[in-house]
Design a protein around this ligand. Structure first.
Ligand code: ZN
Length: 101
């Protein structure tokens, strides 16, 4: 799947992040990252992550399984879906299914 990043301000395609948008001139940084969803399973998180990425958002899945391998059962297991704070609004719209696409 081809993933094209887009500017959170004007929607122009970006080659990489962090970067300065050539269209609107805004500087787009990846940090700080912000949690937009907490999920109980990794595949759910990966699914949403892929969805955000297909909309040009640099999403990232943070699983706690690496450090707490034995505690991945039930409600204690939390997988976090992160996006840069600049993309928060856009990400929430997409996750809510209101992206109009
Ligand atoms: Zn821009």
């Amino acid at each position: 799947m081809e993933e094209v990043l887009i500017c959170p301000y004007c929607g122009a395609p970006l080659d990489e992040l962090p970067a300065r948008c050539t269209l609107c001139g805004n500087t787009i940084s990846l940090e700080p990252w912000e949690v937009v969803r907490e999920l109980s399973t990794e595949w759910e998180a990966e699914l949403l992550c892929g969805r955000l990425r297909s909309h040009g958002i640099p999403a990232h899945v943070l699983s706690q399984r690496d450090s707490t391998r034995m505690l991945t059962v039930g409600a204690l297991a939390v997988v976090k879906l992160l996006v840069p704070a600049l993309y928060r609004e856009r990400a929430h719209r997409i996750l809510a299914g209101q992206d109009g696409e």
